[in-house]
Design a protein around this ligand. Structure first.
Ligand SMILES: NC(=O)c1ccc[n+]([C@@H]2O[C@H](COP(=O)([O-])OP(=O)(O)OC[C@H]3O[C@@H](n4cnc5c(N)ncnc54)[C@H](OP(=O)(O)O)[C@@H]3O)[C@@H](O)[C@H]2O)c1
Length: 126
């Protein structure tokens, strides 16, 4: 789903910065989009790691000036097929780090007052 979001934003001539955990994977994605004549920038980010979020936001603000739209596509389903009642506590915590805290952490470091944040197709403004 993230790739399609990138594609559609890129086609609207927006500067798209794609955050990835695995940088080489990001470079492969960049090459793939180049074949479609879409130019994206790649940035390493682990949304479950507050230090990683802080440095990524700081880098983007320094390099690009501001973030107008933040699309949170990152999500994990670590216990697929397992009943919630049977999930391990460590798995639940790991899931919450990405799916819950990871979705809101960027708010605490982004100072831009008029940005837009998209999470699972829902828009929240701040
Ligand atoms: N597919 C559905 O039916 C559906 C329905 C409702 C909601 N959603 C939500 O829509 C989003 C995309 O779904 P999808 O099906 O396209 O899932 P997907 O293919 O698994 O994509 C999820 C992406 O999140 C990235 N990610 C996971 N943990 C991360 C972390 N800690 N830091 C940075 N990136 C991280 C993954 O990166 P890696 O490539 O490094 O693993 C992957 O690129 C998810 O948030 C999902 O919960 C999906």
């Amino acid at each position: 789903m993230g790739k399609e979001v990138v594609r559609r934003l890129g086609k609207r001539s927006l500067k798209v910065i794609v955050d990835v955990r695995d940088f080489p994977k990001g470079i492969r994605l960049k090459t793939e989009f180049q074949h479609e004549n879409l130019h994206i920038d790649i940035l390493e980010l682990d949304i479950a790691n507050p230090v990683s979020i802080f440095s990524a936001v700081a880098f983007v603000e320094k390099q690009y000036g501001r973030i107008d739209i933040l699309v949170n596509n990152a999500g994990v389903l670590l216990d697929k097929g397992v009943s919630t009642l049977d999930s391990k506590e460590s798995t639940i915590r790991e899931t919450l780090e990405t799916n819950f805290f990871g979705a809101f952490e960027p708010f605490s470091v982004n100072q831009e007052p008029s940005g837009k944040f998209f999470h699972d197709k829902k828009e929240i403004s701040w």
